[in-house]
Write a protein that binds this ligand. Structure first.
Ligand SMILES: *Cc1c(COP(=O)(O)O)cnc(C)c1O
Length: 394
């Protein structure tokens, strides 16, 4: 399948078949519900082909457009199969529901993306499945939390808002010894900067909405899986009647073509801004996995191939008034949820309202920054003026 090509080459080539499409470079967008069959024999035979990758049997089960995106993800990440979903959160929900049902137990990282936590607290609990939140830095200590009914351990590395890097191989080793599946939200690193399946992950979740699509104009989720877990994931997704629209699917695949190039630049610019912020007197610490003060930095260095440009800024003790004066006046940094697009964002974050396993103790306000593709000198000027407003109110 992957025949040892480098990621940049895979991103450009995977899932494309120009010769089968009049030489057109990009795969066509198939809009489909009904699929017509020539005979009763073949119509009846479609039942056995449902849910098989590459088999066009009904719009819900995917078209060549869907399979092209799935193929690109499989090759980039080194997984067995991929399922495309209408949002990242749908990918989270489907991956969990594939393995955790009534009476089961889920171990969930305390630094998880907030809507994933809400899904566990509301939907899973209403189904009679229990969730235990654990310290993101638990490592092989996860063993103490495993129960006979534990079906899955869910990781997100680095964590949302607070950026703790998890010891994925250590957790996976323990989990597998107990027959527990390992699910990872790999949205931050993308398939390029963390090779989840070579670190023991069974099922990987991506918000395609973020860096993969990369232009803040589409919602998408992707679940990639090993040969042992893929059929269960696919079946769950089909049973819930989930599929992504063809135009969105196409848009995400187009994003993959430039993903390595965009990420290289995001990575360089993110680190430049992180280092600049680190020496500012207003800043207590910068939670960037590639900087030594980020919890789990050593693990990042051991396991990751790069750092994207989303990170945290822990400020010293400033009032809310000072903070809003800074953020409301930003010229280039936008105030908005989501990230991974070409534009820079700067928002306040409140992990202390979410944490249950390990309370978050920040002494000052926490900001989450996404460094986009603008010129970094312009971004630094904008931040510098923002700090002037912060200090003016204090
Ligand atoms: C945004 C995000 C999601 C959800 O993606 P949507 O496409 O916005 O639903 C899941 N996980 C993480 C880590 C995210 O940042």
């Amino acid at each position: 399948m992957t025949d040892n090509k480098q990621d940049e080459t895979i991103a450009v080539r995977a899932g494309r078949h120009p010769r089968q499409n009049h030489g057109v470079v990009n795969p066509p967008v198939y809009h489909a519900s009904t699929i017509l069959y020539p005979t009763v024999e073949e119509f009846d035979g479609r039942v056995d082909r449902r849910g098989q990758p590459g088999e066009v049997v009904y719009g819900l089960h995917g078209t060549p457009t869907t399979f092209a995106l799935e193929q690109a993800m499989v090759e980039l990440e080194g997984s067995y199969g991929c399922v495309v979903l209408p949002s990242g959160l749908a990918a989270v929900a489907m991956a969990i529901l594939a393995f955790v049902r009534s009476g089961d137990h889920l171990l969930m990282v305390d630094s998880v993306y907030e809507p994933s936590r809400i899904f566990c607290d509301n939907v899973l609990s209403s189904l009679g499945a229990e969730t235990t939140y654990y310290d993101p830095l638990v490592g092989s200590g996860i063993e103490k939390l495993i129960r006979p009914e534990t079906k899955a351990v869910y990781l997100e590395s680095p964590g949302s808002l607070t950026f703790e890097v998890q010891d994925v191989p250590a957790i996976a080793e323990v989990a597998h010894r107990h027959g527990v599946k390992v699910l990872l939200d790999n949205t931050w690193a993308t398939p390029l900067f963390f090779k989840a399946f070579s670190h023991g992950v069974d099922v990987c979740i991506h918000a395609g909405t973020k860096y993969i699509a990369g232009h803040s104009d589409v919602m998408a989720g992707l679940v990639t899986a090993t040969e042992q877990t893929y059929a269960t994931v696919r079946q769950t997704v089909l049973e819930f009647g989930q599929c992504a629209g063809p135009d969105d699917t196409y848009t995400v695949l187009r994003g993959i073509r430039t993903l390595p190039t965009r990420l290289k630049q995001h990575s360089i610019q993110g680190l430049e801004i992180a280092r600049w912020l680190r020496q500012r007197p207003e800043v207590m610490r910068v939670l960037h996995p590639a900087l030594s003060e980020c919890p789990g930095h050593d693990i990042w260095q051991r396991d990751f191939l790069g750092a994207t440009s989303l990170f945290g800024i822990q400020l010293k003790d400033y009032t809310r008034g000072a903070l809003t004066a800074m953020l409301d006046g930003m010229q280039l940094f936008g105030l908005g949820a989501s990230w991974g697009g070409f534009e820079s964002l700067l928002i306040p974050a409140y992990p202390e309202k979410l944490r249950t396993a390990v309370p978050w103790q920040g002494e000052g306000p926490l900001l989450r920054i996404h460094v986009g593709l603008e010129n970094t000198r312009d971004l630094i000027t904008d931040l510098d003026q923002g700090f002037a407003r912060l200090n003016a109110v204090s």
